[in-house]
Design a protein around this ligand. Structure first.
Ligand code: CIR
Length: 265
């Protein structure tokens, strides 16, 4: 079982600076290239926000060879008990796992590796107090998810395989954990039955891209492009921190995907 502490009580994060190649990052839909300086400004603000909500942030250098390497969440999964190096599903991102290994070995006593063969992206993994949910998607396959469950057992966590709705990039593109028993979800995700054991805050229609928010300690970081979602969360008593995502959104960024977060004891 993952304790609530594991799920959103964090004091440490790893981020990677954007490279100028970020403008050619992968995208599901062509909304035009992001502006490098705009991405950099949004990323700098993200780091400052992580620090302001109580995190010690390790900032890694940019990797020109990997345009999507700003999305640190995808090649690894971290817990207080240890780290797991994943195997991202997109061919252009697979080398990111090798690049992240040295810092994980510096910061964690236990570092496991997903065996070669299967694929799993961190964006498909939602850590909740009930289980570590692993969404099958175009990036995460059965083989990767099954191997990940074995790695999770070694660290004392229980994994559970679920389905990501058709056509959605990552499982967490449509959901986030707000507290021990509550998730922020799109209507489609709410209706899927996956979150029947949770209280659900359903996003207003049209605000679906705001689903990838991130709870860190007392705060919930939410894209400032979605005013109605920010108001809804505020009314429900959450402490909302608006984050500018106009440029990074062009390459499918959410707010969880730009950092690895854990509680370092
Ligand atoms: C990709 O397609 O891999 C990147 N352009 C976006 C990754 C976003 N990652 C995430 O939501 N965990």
């Amino acid at each position: 079982m993952s304790s609530p502490t594991t799920c959103y009580h964090f004091n440490s994060a790893i981020v990677r600076k954007p490279s100028s190649s970020v403008v050619s990052g992968l995208r599901a839909e062509d909304l035009g290239d992001p502006d490098y300086h705009g991405v950099k400004a949004e990323h700098d603000a993200y780091i400052k926000t992580l620090e302001s909500v109580g995190m010690r942030v390790t900032v890694l250098p940019a990797l020109e060879a990997f345009p999507d390497s700003i999305f640190m969440e995808d090649p690894a999964l971290v817990f207080t008990e240890g780290a797991i190096i994943l195997n991202p599903g997109a061919p252009s991102r697979q080398g990111e796992a090798r690049e992240i290994a040295p810092v994980l070995h510096e910061l964690f006593e236990k570092v496991l590796e997903l065996p070669q063969g299967g694929h799993a992206d961190g964006g498909d993994i939602l850590v909740t107090p009930k289980s570590v949910m692993i969404g099958l998607s175009a990036r995460t396959d059965e083989q990767g998810a099954t191997a990940l469950i074995e790695c999770l057992k070694t660290l004392g966590h229980r994994g559970e395989i679920v389905n990501t709705p058709e056509g959605v990039l990552h499982f967490k593109t449509e959901c986030s954990l707000l507290d021990e028993e509550t998730v922020l979800v799109t209507r489609r995700m709410a209706q899927s039955g996956i979150f029947n054991d949770f209280r659900k805050v359903i996003l207003p229609d049209g605000d679906e891209p705001a689903a990838n928010a991130v709870r860190i300690n007392k705060s919930v970081l939410v894209s400032s492009n979605y005013q109605r979602t920010m108001e809804l969360l505020d009314q429900q008593g959450y402490s909302v921190v608006p984050m500018k995502t106009s440029e990074i959104q062009k390459i499918d960024a959410g707010l969880s995907c730009m950092s690895l977060r854990w509680f370092r004891s």
